[in-house]
Design a protein around this ligand. Structure first.
Ligand code: MD3
Ligand code: FE
Length: 210
């Protein structure tokens, strides 16, 4: 379960029912005030992954309340039930109810990957807090690459993330490089996850206040 200090992988943590509920919620968020979109990068690139944000809007490379790079509207709230799920995730991953209880995520990024989408090696360092990131995977299995905190190059560890898997990244792993190099199309169960593709929900503590 511990893939590195502070990095915990709990396969199949989400029940099939919970996965179905999350897929339905993601569908609604995707058509919310700020619709899901391929994020445009400041240097002209466009991400192959599609993202919709809750609580705070991530526009590379900052968090804002309004989606100035999409339609200027305020992002939807992060529901209390999703923050609660994050607390249970942290408690289970670290086998520490206290750490779970103290976890107060204020932003979620929902990523959708079609068969060809990828996410290059990067660090999540736009948050001002080093509280853990919680990641929930639903749908097609992906290859996930977990690197080191110093460079985007080797050494790294490759693992597969399947539908229902939980990952928690905190402590010494919080600033590790990581990537999603490949989706394995057709590996998800359409009765549980999306008809095709992969959803990933990350919960974060931005450390920001209005
Ligand atoms: C390790 N998402 O949104 S989740 C991202 O599957 C992101 O959509 C990937 O990387 C996805 O930024 C990977 C696993 C993850 C998330 C955050 C981390 C791993 C992390 C932060 C620090 C270290
Ligand atoms: Fe990331």
């Amino acid at each position: 379960r511990e893939i590195a200090p502070g990095a915990v992988h709990l396969p199949g943590w989400l029940t099939p029912d919970r996965q179905r509920d999350l897929v339905a919620a993601c569908r609604a968020w995707a058509t919310g005030p700020v619709p899901i979109r391929h994020t445009r990068l400041p240097r002209g690139g466009v991400m192959s992954v599609q993202t919709v944000c809750l609580g705070w809007h991530w526009q590379p490379y900052a968090y804002t309340r309004t989606a100035d790079d999409v339609n200027g509207r305020r992002v939807a709230r992060l529901p209390d039930w999703l923050a609660d799920l994050g607390r249970r995730a942290v408690a289970d991953a670290y086998q520490d109810p206290g750490q779970g209880a103290g976890y107060e995520p204020d932003a979620a990024l929902v990523n959708f990957y079609d068969a060809d989408a990828r996410l290059g090696m990067h660090q999540d360092k736009d948050e001002r807090s080093l509280a853990p990131v919680v990641s929930l995977s639903i749908g097609d299995t992906c290859l996930f690459r977990f690197g080191n905190t110093r460079t985007r190059n080797r050494p790294w560890t490759d693992l597969t993330l399947a539908s229902g898997d939980l990952l928690v990244f905190g402590g010494p792993s919080r600033l590790a490089y990581h990537a999603v190099p490949k989706i394995l199309p057709g590996t998800g169960d359409p009765a549980v996850g999306p008809a095709r593709g992969r959803l990933n929900i990350t919960l974060r503590v931005t450390g920001l206040t209005d």
